[in-house]
Design a protein around this ligand. Structure first.
Ligand code: CS2
Length: 499
């Protein structure tokens, strides 16, 4: 007997479940969002859906992808709908947000993006462009003026960089003099102030008389609140897609899988209003900086260690990695003994509960968060995670051995020395520094040599680490142990610390 399968319908306005709150028309646009990746679609978009269900408003989102057209084109083909699957070992629950009003690709349509940011109806320009999207130098924290996209944008071409797009967009607002908020939602310390500094620096570097007027206008009219965003959102896999079709009865080419946990803490400093994101559980607080430290260090810093130890021990996913007792031990040690002492814990947060919750989240076997994904872009992530808390150790004359292990494992994954094979998960990691680090590795005759070359180059972890011999030396020794005896041996050495 031949079984004829009828193809499932594609997700569209007609096949989507009704939006929450019974809204039956798309919202008016008030937000331009740069970075249409999975994280934004499972985080800010979900909070915006809840806000609009609670209170109608002009908070529809024009989503902008930076380079690839895959998501933007698929989103348009699906009437701007996509599914979010909250996945845990207990099962999956689905929702279909309906908050996007359009989708653009910055590399393809830069002028339209600039025009949208300039438009007086835009009240918020939000960003999830990853650490890598800010084109800044770790040594100066200022704009990377020698970055080809920045020099191109400063010369006046259609902008290629995120900061260039924002500043050109703001420039168009001077005429109608309408305030706006630029909202960074990336894992950067002090992300509001950081973005403000880069935007003002770009404006100040522009040629001609426009520059002075524009900088003054930005200082007066643009708010840059800081935020802490948190949700584990892996890259979508074919398994996510087919489970969704099975459960929902439609085909969605761009679903997003996310953990059930979600957190958003924001400074309530908006120049032109905001959605009622608290309806979705967002918290407006004057302790954002503390939450950001807690999250970037305890979650992200430890996450990097789990990813590199995992990749070097053939673990494809974060839950597989942290299920190994040597990884769990290292993760608990770095979190408690090295990151936590540097954090000014926000009021009402119990660090023990926070730690336990992190281990539950990292152990979500149904989500399949890959070590390769968390390990990617280490050169721009580690500079946010390691140098500041490490300085507390330097001031006390001590060495943070697990932070040195994180750095040694990162370098061994990205740029192995001496014929060392870090395995397929490490080989699949992407990183803008892979080129120069690999060249360095090919000339390095020992871990000490490699660590010195990598860390004294201030591009990697900035000045404080570059000038700190005991940290550089410890990193080199641990690379040698990884190469000579394996990652487990190196981990137990690091956990022993100064004992
Ligand atoms: C991760 C983060 O890829 C990474 O470096 O640490 O993406 C992490 O999953 C999120 O910040 C969780 O909120």
């Amino acid at each position: 007997m031949t079984i004829i399968r009828t193809p499932l319908p594609r997700l569209s306005a007609a096949t989507a479940p009704p939006s929450s709150g019974g809204r039956n028309r798309p919202p008016e646009q008030g937000i331009v969002h740069l970075g249409l990746g999975n994280f934004h679609r499972a985080h800010q978009a979900v909070y915006t859906e809840a806000a609009l269900a609670h209170q109608d408003g002009e908070w529809g989102i024009l989503g902008v992808s930076s380079r690839s057209g895959t998501v933007a084109d698929a989103l348009r083909a699906q009437d701007l709908r996509y599914s979010v699957a909250e996945i845990s070992p207990a099962g999956a629950t689905y929702s279909v947000p309906s908050v996007h009003t359009g989708a653009l690709v910055a590399a393809r349509e830069p002028d339209d993006v600039v025009a949208a940011i300039s438009d007086r109806t835009t009240k918020i320009v939000s960003l999830t462009v990853t650490e890598n999207g800010y084109t800044y130098s770790p040594a100066t924290k200022g704009l990377q003026l020698d970055h080809p996209d920045i020099s191109h944008d400063l010369a006046g071409g259609a902008p290629r960089s995120t900061i260039g797009l924002i500043v050109r967009g703001l420039q168009g607002r001077v005429q109608h003099n309408t305030p706006v908020t630029v909202l960074s939602c990336d894992n950067l310390n002090d992300n509001g102030e950081h973005t403000r500094r880069l935007v003002l620096e770009f404006a100040a570097q522009m040629s001609g008389s426009e520059s002075g007027e524009l900088t003054g206008w930005i200082e007066q009219n643009v708010a840059f609140p800081s935020t802490m965003v948190d949700r584990i959102v892996p890259a979508t896999t074919d398994a996510h897609r087919s489970n969704l079709s099975r459960d929902m009865g439609f085909e969605d080419s761009i679903p997003v899988a996310a953990e059930p946990f979600s957190m958003w803490i924001l400074e309530d400093n908006f120049a032109a209003g905001r959605p009622a994101w608290e309806a979705g559980g967002a918290v407006f607080s004057d302790q954002v900086g503390r939450y950001e430290q807690l999250k970037v260090r305890l979650l992200n810093g430890t996450h990097s260690l789990i990813a590199y130890l995992g990749a070097l021990s053939s673990a494809a996913t974060i839950p597989e990695s942290v299920a190994q007792s040597f990884v769990e031990r290292a993760a608990r040690t770095v979190l408690r003994d090295e990151y936590l002492p540097s954090v000014n814990v926000p009021d009402g947060i119990d660090p023990d509960l926070y730690e336990e919750q992190l281990f539950v989240r990292w152990s979500n076997t149904a989500l399949g968060h890959r070590t390769q994904q968390v390990g990617s872009d280490g050169s721009v992530k580690l500079r946010e995670r390691i140098p500041e808390p490490a300085m507390k150790f330097r001031e006390a004359g001590r060495t943070p051995h697990l932070m040195a292990l994180t750095t040694a494992a990162y370098l061994s994954c990205l740029a192995p020395i001496d014929g060392f094979d870090p395995g397929p998960h490490a080989a699949a990691m992407q990183d803008p520094a892979r080129g120069w680090l690999s060249q360095l590795a090919s000339r390095s005759t020992s871990g000490a040599h490699m660590a010195r070359g990598a860390l004294t180059d201030r591009r990697l972890l900035g000045d404080d680490i570059a000038d700190w011999d005991p940290f550089v030396e410890r990193t080199g020794e641990l690379i040698d142990v990884i190469v000579g005896h394996g990652i487990e041996a190196a981990t137990s050495e690091a956990v022993k610390g100064d004992r």
